[in-house]
Design a protein around this ligand. Structure first.
Ligand code: BTN
Length: 260
């Protein structure tokens, strides 16, 4: 088993970024990289600090779910300090960075299920969780959590066997985890800096959206709505058109594609 320092060195030696991953903390096992990232962010960790665990024992998913995070997958949290306007764009930055990384390494065109699941052939290969602390107009910190299935054999996990996949399952190509991590961090930085400079990444994000035009059910808090996923707004919100012709704009939720 590699030491934490060996894991960090394997990534750092391939990293070509300005600030993302310059502070890189690797662990063999953690409860959740989100928890450690938050502790570090609260203590004033510098922007770009990255926490990686080879395995998480209590990985967190969206909507209070757990996230399977065995050895061989990537579990990463990145601390950023965006302004309030750019906070909702972290979802786009993270999912696009994952898409670009997968394309670069495997030539697979992954898609996005709104808001930020990354799919290969309709199965989830990556989940993204964004947590932040905002006081008034100030974002004290935001954390992008990325769980990317690299070597997961979903058939070992009955609860996700039909809905999850991994790069290993989708391509015969061997994927180097340190290389993948370095590319992902570099794409995250590129997109984040571009957005800070005023670039619009919404069009690229929307172009990869798998959900549009589909009949879906969206669970958001205690409400569940059905309709056609008609459009995505530049702020990332989903426009749902109901059978009566009315539309709802949804900020966050969990989408299930329905068969009609
Ligand atoms: C989801 O699709 O529900 C989001 C899953 C996010 C999982 C990642 S793995 C790295 C980071 N640490 C966690 O505990 N969760 C996120």
């Amino acid at each position: 088993m590699k030491t934490n320092r060996q894991h960090a060195r394997a990534i750092s030696s391939k990293l070509n970024t300005q600030f993302v991953g310059k502070q890189l903390h690797c662990y063999n096992t953690l409860t959740s990289t989100m928890t450690v990232a938050r502790e570090k962010a609260v203590k004033g960790a510098q922007e770009g600090t990255v926490i990686i665990a080879e395995e998480q024992t209590s990985g967190r998913g969206r909507m209070g779910r757990t996230w399977r995070s065995p050895q061989g997958n990537l579990a990463l949290s990145l601390i950023l300090k965006p302004n309030l306007e750019n906070l909702p764009r972290l979802v786009m930055i993270a999912s696009l960075a994952v898409l670009r990384t997968i394309k670069f390494l495997t030539n697979i065109d992954a898609t996005i299920k709104w808001p930020n699941d990354v799919l290969i052939k309709d199965k989830k290969v990556c989940g993204i969780l964004i947590e932040s602390e905002v006081k008034g107009e100030t974002v004290n910190y935001a954390i992008i959590g990325i769980g990317l299935n690299i070597y997961l054999d979903a058939s070992n996990f009955p609860d996700i066997s039909t809905i999850a996949t991994s790069l290993r399952q989708e391509t015969a190509q061997a994927v180097s985890k340190p290389e993948l991590t370095a590319i992902l961090l570099s794409e995250l930085e590129k997109l984040y800096l571009a957005v800070k400079d005023g670039a619009t990444i919404y069009k690229e994000w929307r172009a990869h959206m798998d959900t549009l035009g589909k009949w879906v059910e969206v669970k958001s808090g205690k409400t569940t709505e059905r309709g056609v996923a008609e459009d995505i707004m530049p702020n990332g919100n989903l426009i749902l058109r109901h059978t009566d012709g009315n539309t709802t704009e949804i900020l966050a939720g969990d989408v299930t594609v329905l068969k009609r």
